[in-house]
Design a protein around this ligand. Structure first.
Ligand code: NAI
Length: 329
C-alpha cells in the first residue's frame, strides 16, 4: 500500500523501515501535514501522521480528493484529527493506543525529580566548579501526596511507580479504575480535591472539547502554596497564561512540561538560528528557574518507537487486505 509518512524524523524512520520489511511503499516525508502539503499524498492510498500534523476537516477533504482512504496516526492522542469529518468522508483512521505507557509515565517522574532535586541548577553549578549546595534543597517523595488527573494507561503506570516511592496517591478520572485503588491505594476524589490536597499534580487526561483549558486559574489557586504541576498529556488542557500568573505570584512552586499549548510549529523543529523566539508566552515560561520543559519527548524510547512502527505497519497490512484494523477510531 502506497503510504506517505508525514513528519518523518530520522530517529523513527529505521524502525518503520524494519517493521515494514518492504511490504508497503512507504514515502518518508519530513514535512508536516497541512492544507499546503496535503497534495504530497496524491496517488497514495494511505497517509501516516504524527501529533502536530493538521488533520482538520479541510485537510482531510484535500487528502480524500487526492485519493487517500486511510490515516494511520503514529501516536495515542488523536485530538489533531477531525474524526467525525473523517467518518463522513469514509476515511478510516487508526491510532496506536498503547505503545508504551511506561515511556510517558517515566518521563513525568523524571520531570518531578529533576525539578524537586534542582538537577538543572546542580549541573550548571558543578560545571562551573561551584560545589556549594545552596539553593538545591529538595524534598523526600516518600510520604508526599501526588494527584493524578487522568488515571488511564499512563496514569496507571505512574501510580505504580509512585506507590513504589511511598507516595500517597489521589486520582481524578470520570471512569475510575478500582484496580488502582486495590493495588496502589489510589483514592479517587474530585478534581478540586486533587488540586487542594496534592504536593504534586500530574496531568494525563486527553485533550478534547471538555478538557481544553480545564486546568486554569481556579484550580491553580486551590493548590497548596509551593506545589508542583507536571503536564505530559496535551498542552491545551492547561491554561498557560494562568500557569504563568501562578508562577509569578509564587503560589505555583514548580512547573514541568513536556507539552505546550502552542507547540505546533515550534516543537520538533530547529529554531536555534532565529534571533528571538516568535512565541512570547514560551519565552516567559523559560524565564522561570522553577520551570522545566522538554519538547514533547516523553514518548521517545526505543521500545515506544518499535511499538509505534509495528502497529502502524499492522494497520497498513489490514487495510491492504481490505479489512478493518483493530485500532480504528
Ligand atoms: P488513556 O485513554 O489510557 O487514559 C486517559 C484517561 O483520562 C482515561 O482513563 C479517561 O477516562 C481519563 N479522562 C478523560 N477525560 C478526563 C477528564 N476530563 N479528567 C480526567 N481524566 C479524564 O490514555 P493514555 O494512554 O493514558 O494517554 C493519556 C494522554 O497522554 C493521551 O491522551 C495523550 O494526549 C497523552 N500522551 C502524551 C505523550 C507525550 O509524549 N507527551 C505520549 C502519549 C500520550
Amino acid at each position: 500500500m502506497r503510504t506517505v509518512v508525514f513528519s518523518t524524523k530520522p530517529y523513527e524512520q529505521p524502525y518503520l523501515e524494519q517493521a515494514n520489511a518492504g511490504r508497503h511503499q512507504l514515502i518518508f516525508e519530513p514535512a508536516s501535514l497541512s492544507s499546503a502539503t496535503a497534495h504530497l499524498a496524491a496517488g497514495a492510498e494511505a497517509v501516516s501522521i504524527f501529533t502536530n500534523d493538521d488533520a482538520s476537516a479541510p485537510v482531510l477533504e484535500a487528502l480524500r480528493a487526492a485519493g487517500v482512504r486511510h490515516v494511520a496516526v503514529r501516536a495515542a492522542g488523536h485530538d489533531q484529527v477531525a474524526l467525525p469529518h473523517a467518518r463522513h468522508l469514509g476515511l478510516r483512521v487508526a491510532n496506536v493506543p498503547e505503545y508504551s505507557p511506561y515511556s510517558v509515565a517515566e518521563h513525568a517522574v523524571a520531570l518531578m525529580l529533576a525539578l524537586n532535586r534542582r538537577l538543572r541548577q546542580a549541573d550548571y553549578n558543578l560545571r562551573n566548579y561551584d560545589f556549594r549546595l545552596d539553593g538545591l534543597v529538595g524534598f523526600d517523595m516518600n510520604g508526599k501526596t501526588v494527584g493524578i488527573v487522568g488515571c488511564g494507561r499512563i496514569g496507571g503506570v505512574l501510580a505504580r511507580i509512585l506507590h513504589g516511592f511511598g507516595c500517597r496517591l489521589l486520582g481524578y478520572d470520570p471512569a475510575p479504575n478500582a484496580a488502582l485503588t486495590e493495588r496502589y491505594g489510589l483514592a479517587y476524589t474530585s478534581l478540586e480535591e486533587v488540586f487542594a490536597q496534592s504536593d504534586i499534580v500530574s496531568i494525563h487526561a486527553p485533550l478534547n472539547e471538555h478538557t481544553r483549558h480545564f486546568i486554569g486559574a481556579g484550580l491553580l489557586q486551590q493548590m497548596k502554596p509551593g506545589a508542583m504541576l507536571i503536564n505530559t498529556g496535551r498542552g491545551g488542557v492547561l491554561d498557560t497564561e494562568a500557569a504563568i500568573a501562578a508562577l509569578r505570584s509564587g503560589h505555583l512552586g514548580a512547573l514541568g512540561l513536556d507539552v505546550y499549548e502552542h507547540e505546533k510549529g515550534l516543537f520538533f523543529f530547529d529554531h536555534s538560528h532565529e534571533p528571538l523566539p516568535a512565541d512570547d508566552t514560551f519565552a516567559r515560561l523559560l524565564a522561570f528557574k522553577n520551570v522545566l520543559i522538554t519538547g514533547h519527548q516523553a514518548f521517545l524510547t526505543r521500545e515506544a518507537l518499535q511499538n509505534i512502527a509495528d502497529t502502524t505497519v499492522e494497520h497498513l497490512n489490514c487495510w491492504a487486505r481490505r479489512e478493518a484494523s483493530p485500532h480504528e477510531l
